[in-house]
Design a protein. Structure first.
Length: 508
């Protein structure tokens, strides 16, 4: 085939893919506006004398209603209880008010009792509300904040402090929340603080929309709902690693014999560990640098040039250890698209594993291995020196694709103040329209993601199939400017397709 004909075919297939990826309609919700969630709200029948306490601040200059739903530990959704609130007013309610209703507090009706404790969902339409959640010890009025959940709350969760069962004065326990519509399997692994050795692992299942409580005694003695047990230790503390086959929320809690409760879920905000965007190079001469993206929720993406004509895009998960990181996933060939029949396309992927040593915010060195192949070494450093990542305003403006051999993702796009973008382009005679909203992954992390809706004349992909990642980095020769980015589009289902290109912020 002549080279110009091959180019036209490749552009046509790329356009077909891009245009059809993920036409995702807006979800039809019962309530409008932002959903505020509270991960733990004690039952009015709490046997340890603890009570949930909520303050709702209305920052709007108009009155309205707040609808509050309770999901009990069995996964039953009850409500709503309706709270009336005035302009710029602050109201509060406790567990008894929520279950029984309180006319004096503007809570028109209660939701009744539930199984175990609650988590709350709050909707206020156009009102700008700020819910604050606490647990109150009724014997002395002691309050503790209950907003936080363990960081990296998707595929992997690290619990950096957990007491052994022998410490009954400070009893450690986990609250595991499954917000999804299917049962999840949870694996909990323990690592000793004194030796760094594993204490073993346990497994349990959590029903759809339910929550489970796991104490240190449960983990060491093998409770009825847990498969396996952790090694018993006489003293010292443990780090737990919680992993699942679907996203969950994890809370790390500690209670005392007096009924007091502490929420130990928050981590040190300015310590990122392996999380970050790493620029890496390889032993082969003449190759561009690659990029490894380690997300706060244990996802991993990478852009890995392997030859002058081949770039691999990685998608996987990882786990951090003491100055090490390891993981596995799939490697896609960027831009590999083959027509299958009349209405489908596919690419292909290989399984891979990787491991690396690192110093947080400094250097990384390691290797990745395609299954059945030889290891390929890389080394690099953290990309730092700019603040893009804190809000959509940091990436406001026109992003223009850098056309070159690796530009498998054509088309420029412009981001507005909310991160919205639209793309219209023509490739191979096919006109395409795309739209979506690019949102920050983390306020301290210069990576954004979107679930785009892309429509054109040809193939239509099922909603939710497409992942778009934008990772901001430096422009060569101008360290610290943060005006260049790697953009990756991945279709990880059975079609195994990935596209990528570098972009530059031309105007902002």
């Amino acid at each position: 085939m002549p080279s110009n004909a091959f180019t036209r075919l490749r552009l046509l297939l790329t356009a077909a893919l891009l245009c059809a990826m993920s036409h995702t309609p807006l979800a039809q919700e019962e309530d409008t506006g932002r959903t505020h969630t509270i991960p733990l709200f004690m039952s009015a029948a709490d046997p340890d004398g603890r009570q949930g306490f909520i303050r709702v601040i209305n920052h709007s200059d108009e009155a309205g209603e707040v609808r509050i739903y309770g999901i009990d530990d069995a996964g039953n959704r009850k409500g709503p209880a309706v709270l009336t609130i005035g302009a710029l007013e602050t109201k509060h309610f406790n567990s008894n008010d929520f279950e029984q209703g309180s006319q004096t507090k503007g809570l028109s009706n209660g939701v009744g009792s539930g199984t175990g404790d609650w988590r709350l969902e709050m909707h206020a339409d156009d009102l700008d509300i700020e819910p604050l959640a606490y647990i109150r010890t009724t014997s002395d009025g002691f309050l503790t904040s209950i907003h936080d959940v363990v960081a990296e709350a998707a595929i992997g969760h690290r619990v950096p402090i957990f007491n052994p069962a022998k410490n009954t004065n400070q009893e450690s326990w986990l609250r595991l929340i499954n917000p999804g519509d299917t049962e999840v399997t949870v694996t909990i692994e323990g690592r000793r603080d004194d030796t760094g050795e594993s204490r073993g692992s346990v497994e349990l299942t959590i029903a759809a929309r339910a929550a489970a409580t796991v104490t240190a005694t449960d983990l060491e003695s093998g409770a009825s709902h847990i498969d396996g047990e952790l090694e018993t230790i006489p003293s010292g503390k443990t780090t737990l690693f919680v992993s699942t086959d679907d996203p969950i929320q994890v809370m790390n809690l500690m209670s005392t014999p007096t009924g007091h409760l502490s929420n130990l879920s928050a981590s040190k905000s300015d310590y990122r560990g392996a999380v970050g965007l790493w620029r890496v190079s390889f032993d082969e001469e003449g190759l561009d640098d690659g990029y490894v993206i380690l997300m706060p929720d244990s996802r991993m993406y990478a852009w890995l040039p392997e030859s002058a004509d081949l770039v691999r895009i990685a998608r996987g998960t990882y786990r951090s250890g003491p100055a090490t990181v390891s993981g596995s996933g799939e490697l896609f060939e960027s831009g590999k698209v083959e027509r299958v029949g009349l209405f489908n396309v596919e690419g292909g992927s290989d399984d891979f594993e990787f491991t690396a040593d690192y110093r947080s915010g400094d250097w990384i060195r390691g290797e990745y291995t395609v299954m059945g192949g030889t290891a390929r070494a890389f080394r690099g450093w953290a990309t730092t020196g700019f603040g893009r990542g804190s809000s959509n305003l940091e990436v406001l403006g026109l992003w223009a694709v850098e056309l070159g051999d690796d530009a498998d993702l054509p088309g420029d796009f412009e981001l507005d103040r909310e991160g919205n973008f639209e793309i219209h382009f023509e490739a191979g005679g096919v006109e395409c329209d795309a739209e979506g909203q690019l949102l920050p992954v983390n306020s301290a992390f210069n990576v954004y993601e979107a679930d785009p809706s892309i429509v054109c004349l040809l193939i239509v992909f099922a909603p939710g199939d497409v992942e778009l990642i934008l990772a901001v980095m430096d422009t060569p020769g101008t360290p610290g400017d943060g005006r260049r980015a790697i953009v990756l589009v991945v279709v990880p289902d059975n079609r195994k397709i990935a596209l990528g290109a570098t972009f530059e912020l031309e105007s902002s």
